[in-house]
Design a protein around this ligand. Sequence first.
Ligand SMILES: *Cc1c(COP(=O)(O)O)cnc(C)c1O
Length: 495
Amino acid sequence: MEMLYRSTRGAAGEVTASQAILQGLAPDGGLYVPVKLPKLAHTMREMADMTYKETAFEVLSLFLTDYTEDELRHCIDAAYDEKFDTEVIAPLVQADGAYYLELFHGATIAFKDMALSILPHLMTTAAKKNGIKDEIVILTATSGDTGKAALAGFADVPGTRIIVFYPKHGVSAIQERQMVTQKGANTSVIGITGNFDDAQTGVKKMFNDAELKEELAKNGFRFSSANSINIGRLVPQIVYYTYAYCKLLAEGHVRDGEKIHVTVPTGNFGNILAAYYAKKIGVPIDKLICASNTNKVLFDFFETGRYDRNREFVLTSSPSMDILISSNLERLIYHIAGDDCDVTREMMSKLANGGVYDITPEMKEALADFASGYATEENTASAIRTLYERTGYVIDPHTAVASYVYHGYAAEACDNTRTVIASTASPFKFARSVMAAIEGQKSEEEDFALIDRLSAIANVAQPPAITELRTAPVRHDTVCETADMKAEVSKILGL
Ligand SMILES: *Cc1c(COP(=O)(O)O)cnc(C)c1O
């Protein structure tokens, strides 16, 4: 069955998967969604013994129907290779009554690698299929994690360049080191003197700059985006929920057809939306438990049916979830409205204008698939400490938010359904917060000293992504004023 995509706001016609991936955002400002959701062609039992790559092929071939079998297999092989430090790609670890799905074994030790290692290949294949000869220039503003994962994914991918802007004084020391040591002849990393919002605004301006677009085209370039609104990032995330269920079944942790819950530490709503799609295509999932940190705009939404971004933005120990506008929620709104573009457009326009919208009672009923909760900073630290004291297993602060919310839900609902918790970052990436949680006090030590101690107490070897950082030479040292971002891009591309 041919799968086509339409915008959640309805004014962009229908496009193929490869066209949707090339465009990223739909021209009417909406997000691309499948016109009709597919169903898995095989049962969980039939898929139980599949490798990660085989599972990826099953899922991707349902959604990306204009890619040939050869093209998909090539993209999958190029993505899930030795960049991951385990052949299993996404291991499941049982600890204290839950199953932690470790999504951090890729190049940058956070779950963004799961999709960003395949997106460049899906994108260059899409360019070929659509007769686009221009070199694709990925332009990204980052507050830390996405930039590095996108750099690692696109480094030395033929036909692409990647330029990342980050706030020089707004990322952690480890995050900055990860970026400025990035290899690859096609990579550029630039610190700006402004904050993340300045970087984001500067990038958006360039995307909308008609003169620049013309200049790019003349020189054989076109911009594209690697952020999480691209359907090419969402579909590869459906794979690991399918795979996790198959492994639980293969290893006898669930009976055939037995439903599980999935708990996801949520920011932009991309990861949990992938779990929702996994459920819709036939993976036996019961509840999708949405876990927020102190920025609990999503928890309030699930409780009340009102989305209200007008509130104070709080910096937490789970920075990748510090977000007040969860862009991918637009796709869920569209689906719970009965795939209605008009309703979605109206709510998104309310969000843009006043920062608030209310869903209808019928839409709220359609949210029965979801449960939600949130963890304060104290809750998050106690979740790390408790799990460590009970089992010796160490989790990062994002995963700890999910762990806290899951255990709270299970106790309150007296529900012992088997549950998979998405473990979204390696604890080594957030060693400072993790050690403070375990030891009950902040340390003055340097990052690498903390990492050494974490490795010792957790009895886990440091991932190569961390050890490499100690000696990797700095390859990028450009810093510019926010106002000069465009000039830097022109210089890099020789415009
Ligand atoms: C991006 C990120 C999240 C949030 O995922 P969304 O798809 O934006 O909801 C959670 N944890 C970590 C470590 C992340 O990098």
